[in-house]
Every structure is written in structure tokens, then in C-alpha cells.
Design a protein around this ligand. Structure first.
Ligand SMILES: C[S@@+](CC[C@H](N)C(=O)[O-])C[C@H]1O[C@@H](n2cnc3c(N)ncnc32)[C@H](O)[C@@H]1O
Length: 304
């Protein structure tokens, strides 16, 4: 980065005293905190530490032991670049190119949703149902980064898990993640819309999905970080938000083995509609609702 361009860089804030060309870790953290304070408030220093640690290839906690270390020019320029992206609102996980999910780090980019803690809980609920069973086959509809399919294949008694997504780019990310996680052979990734990616004779003991469930008209109510950065195809289901869930509830009985589990992550606002649809469908046992860690009605389970 040239001197002139660096001076125009959005992370150069005139309120921060001029610092030497070579930055120490401590100076870099202070510059980062200042650059991010408008967006991240009291989290600014923590976010700056997260970004700097990513550039230096260390854990954020290790930075305190390296306060006096000088950054090489390429490290400082990469850090500036990441600070600028964050200052524009890009989620940390896209900047870092990875997201934590259960005991894994998964590659993420803007073609996939950043996996959420609620979805870790969905996986936990499925694994709880699987306890004592073996040789299962699973289907993950809308696999995105592969978070659910990969976790089930690694942690559960699954012989294979089919992951379906309508986005070819997302499937590339999922494929990379499955291979990195050592379950490339057990996770079968397919391009298509929901059940269209399956043959009519396929049967699964578990069908799981964290589908798009935001109504098209609700975009404005989403946090900016979600609305402006995460893929629309992962978020919006249609005019009511219920469209994809309805298709899954109606379509799953054909592909579920008798006694098999349908597990869905839903928006709290459509949890009731999901329960009603499951009851009305007639093919399922009485559905069960699980609240997420924030107390929201989030996970719905029903057996065929
Ligand atoms: C909310 S994201 C969930 C991603 C991932 N399973 C997770 O939990 O992090 C929904 C995913 O469904 C995919 N999707 C949307 N409509 C679909 C459809 N009709 N058929 C298959 N996948 C679809 C999107 O591309 C996106 O990856």
C-alpha cells in the first residue's frame, strides 16, 4: 500500500496520535480499537484483537504476551485491509474466512450463511434422538456450509448424510469443509431444490433442515450485518417466510423411514404455524418444540 493511499485509508483516524511506520502489536490494537469504535462500541478492542490475531496466525489471547512485537509491513497492510472491511460492516467470520461450529472451524464466504449457535443446538437435539441407534442415514436440506451434515456425520451414528443445496457455490464450500473434517466420503452433497435432488426410492431415518424462514418483506427488520452481507437465498423464503418449511413438512414423509425424525430450525414467529402444519399433515407424531438458549421457540421435532 503506498503512503498516499494509506493516509486515505478509512482506519486512519485523526483522533489517534500519529504512530511510527512500524507498529507494535499494542499500537495496532489501539489503532484498531479506534477504527472500529463507531461500529462495535465496547467490543471494538476485542474485534481488533480477533482480526490482528487472524493476521498473525495466533490466538487472540496470545497477543497480550506479544505486545511489543513489531508487525511486518505486509502484516500491517493486511490488518488495515481487514479493519477497513469490518468498519464497512462485513461480519468478522467472512473477513476471517471461517466460523466456529461445535468443535469445528468451517470455511465460510459470502455464498453461505454463517452458522449460528441455535443450529448447534439443532444438531444437539438430533444427536440426542440418535442415541442408542446405529447405521443411520440423514438428509440435510439447505446444507449451506455443510455445518449440520458434517457435524452429524462426525458426531452421530450416521453411515451417510446427504446434503442438498440450491446454490452450487455453497456446495463447493460444504465439500471443502467435509473433506477438511475428514467426512468427505460419508457426506453426499447434491445440487437441487429440496427433494428434487433425491430419487423417489431414497429413505432416511433423519431429515433435518435450517431452511430460509424470513419473509421477503421483513428484510428491513434484520440486523444490517445479516441483511447486507449474508446470501438472500439463505434468508428469504417468500412472502410469508413459511414457504420452504411448508414444502419440507409436506414432502418429508415420503422420504422418512417409519419412525424417522424430522428436525427443523424455525423463526419463533412461525413456530406455531409449523406445529399446526405438522399436525394437519397427518403423517407425524405429536411435534415437540425446543426453545433456544435465548428462550425463543426455535426447534421443532416430529417423528413419522
Ligand atoms: C438458513 S441457510 C442454512 C445453512 C446451513 N444449513 C446452516 O444451518 O448454517 C439455508 C440454506 O438453504 C439453501 N436453500 C434455499 N432454498 C433452497 C431450496 N429450495 N432447496 C435447497 N436449498 C435451498 C440456501 O442456499 C442456504 O444454504
Amino acid at each position: 500500500m503506498s503512503g498516499a493511499r494509506r493516509e486515505q485509508h478509512p482506519v486512519f483516524d485523526s483522533r489517534v496520535p500519529a504512530i511510527n511506520k512500524m507498529w507494535t502489536v499494542e499500537e495496532a490494537l489501539e489503532r484498531g480499537r479506534s477504527a472500529l469504535s463507531a461500529r462495535a462500541g465496547t467490543d471494538a478492542r476485542r474485534e481488533a484483537a480477533f482480526l490482528l490475531a487472524g493476521v498473525l496466525g495466533v490466538a487472540p489471547g496470545q497477543l497480550t504476551l506479544q505486545r511489543g512485537r513489531q508487525l511486518a509491513e505486509h502484516e500491517r497492510d493486511e490488518y488495515l485491509n481487514r479493519l477497513a472491511r469490518r468498519a464497512r460492516g462485513e461480519p468478522l467470520q467472512y473477513i476471517e474466512g471461517r466460523a466456529a461450529f461445535r468443535d469445528l472451524f468451517l470455511r465460510v464466504d459470502r455464498s453461505v450463511l454463517i452458522p449460528r449457535p441455535e443450529t448447534e443446538q439443532l444438531v444437539e437435539a438430533v444427536l440426542g434422538w440418535c442415541r442408542g441407534k446405529h447405521g443411520l442415514s440423514g438428509l440435510d436440506l439447505g446444507t449451506g456450509s455443510g455445518a449440520i451434515a458434517i457435524s452429524l456425520a462426525r458426531e452421530g451414528p450416521f453411515e451417510r448424510v446427504v446434503g442438498v443445496d440450491i446454490s452450487a457455490q455453497a456446495l463447493n464450500v460444504a465439500r471443502y469443509n467435509a473433506e477438511q473434517a475428514g467426512v468427505g466420503a460419508a457426506v453426499d452433497l447434491r445440487l437441487g431444490s429440496l427433494f428434487a435432488a433425491l430419487s423417489a426410492a431414497e429413505r432416511f431415518q433423519v431429515v433435518v433442515s435450517n431452511p430460509p424462514y424470513v419473509a421477503n418483506g421483513e428484510a428491513e427488520s434484520l440486523p444490517e450485518e445479516v441483511r447486507d452481507w449474508e446470501p438472500a437465498v439463505a434468508l428469504y423464503a417468500g412472502p410469508s417466510g413459511f414457504e420452504v418449511i411448508r414444502q419440507i413438512v409436506d414432502g418429508a414423509p415420503q422420504y422418512l423411514a417409519p419412525g424417522g425424525l424430522l428436525a427443523l430450525e424455525v423463526a419463533p414467529g412461525i413456530a406455531d404455524a409449523t406445529l399446526e402444519r405438522l399436525r394437519a399433515q397427518g403423517a407425524y407424531s405429536e411435534p415437540r418444540l425446543i426453545r433456544d438458549l435465548a428462550g425463543q421457540r426455535r426447534i421443532v421435532l416430529a417423528e413419522r
